[in-house]
Design a binder for this molecule. Structure first.
Ligand code: HEC
Ligand code: HEC
Length: 266
């Protein structure tokens, strides 16, 4: 795809603007939800193990197309998820990201913090019909390619290390513009995060990275660097073998599961 076509799709999905929020109690809850997803670790230190925040992946506060946007997400729950093998509520989906992508501990589903995060996602979803998937929902679909970790290491050094650090530990908190969060190591998302699936990371990276020059990597470079990053050490996720309990893991699942004992990497 030509770079120009990719760049157009890095646009934001249509959603209410922050300036439409008032001082009423619902607006205050929405604003607090936005603060929680933007400063997740500082706001919820006992629930977040990683150095990431929700918007490290859900870019532009959940508005960016093809970066798992939250615009319209509220109306797609409750939802059947094959990874859980069950119909889950939006609170359970959010807790999945907290436990895996933030390597943390679930929030009480009936507490004020969860209520405010849900209020924010629900407010962003206003005007999108229930059940609809706008173009740009989820991640991009890329034709699967075999990633090469040796080539991926070279892509990482050239196009990623300046923001995510040569050791993958990120450069947050050093006053650097566009500093990236950890991509591996103890401060990163754990093995249970969807971002560790090579197909998911490649599609995300192909659209969104490098942050200041999205659309400049070829699909092959995206698969190579995703294969390299996914193979780096990161925190474990206890109970991961119980994922996809109906035996239907995706081909790029990052670990073997009990219901389907063999990992099946592309
Ligand atoms: C390391 C990256 C990462 C971080 C950090 C992260 N998520 Fe996610 N999130 C994902 C991925 C990947 C998906 C799955 C997208 C898909 O299934 O297409 C997802 C999906 C979701 C969904 C479902 C979206 C939909 O369209 O159905 C919600 C809601 C969500 N995340 C909320 C959160 C919240 C709230 C936080 C912070 C507490 C968070 N996420 C942190 C990667 C992340
Ligand atoms: C100009 C700086 C910059 C470059 C270069 C860059 N990134 Fe990022 N990256 C970011 C920023 C900023 C975020 C969002 C972090 C946030 O807001 O907390 C991000 C987020 C990510 C995420 C989501 C998970 C996480 O830990 O934040 C992944 C995966 C990622 N980048 C991979 C890559 C890869 C692979 C490359 C090289 C092809 C790359 N990035 C190049 C700045 C950069």
């Amino acid at each position: 795809m030509p770079a120009a076509a990719v760049a157009r799709d890095t646009l934001l999905l249509p959603a209410p603007s922050e300036s439409s929020l008032g001082d009423d109690p619902l607006s205050q809850s929405v604003r607090r939800g936005l603060a929680l997803v933007s400063a997740t670790r500082d706001s919820l230190p006992t629930h977040v193990g990683a150095q990431l925040r929700c918007v490290s992946c859900h870019l532009d506060a959940g508005r960016r197309a093809f970066a798992m946007p939250w615009v319209g997400a509220y109306g797609r729950f409750p939802q059947y998820r094959s990874r859980s093998g069950a119909v889950i509520r939006i609170e359970e989906r959010i807790n999945d990201c907290i436990r895996r992508s933030l390597n943390g501990a679930a929030l009480p589903t009936d507490g004020d913090d969860m209520r405010d995060v849900v209020a924010y996602v629900s407010w962003l979803s206003r005007g999108v019909p229930v059940g609809a998937r706008l173009r740009g929902t989820g991640i991009d679909s890329l034709v699967p390619l075999a990633g090469d970790t040796a080539r991926g290491r070279a892509v990482y050094a050239q196009d990623c290390a300046r923001c995510h650090a040569p050791d993958g530990g990120g450069l947050l908190g050093r006053g650097i513009a566009n500093a990236g969060a950890p991509l591996w190591g103890t401060g990163s998302f754990n093995i249970g995060s969807g971002m560790v699936r090579v197909q998911v990371m490649a599609a995300f990276v192909h659209r969104q990275m490098p942050f200041d020059r999205p659309g400049t990597l070829t699909p092959q470079q995206a698969f190579d660097v995703a294969a390299f990053v996914a193979a780096r050490p990161r925190p474990d996720y206890a109970g991961k073998e119980r994922d996809w309990p109906r035996g239907d893991p995706p081909p790029d699942a990052a670990y073997p599961t009990r219901a389907a004992p063999r990992p099946n990497r592309p």
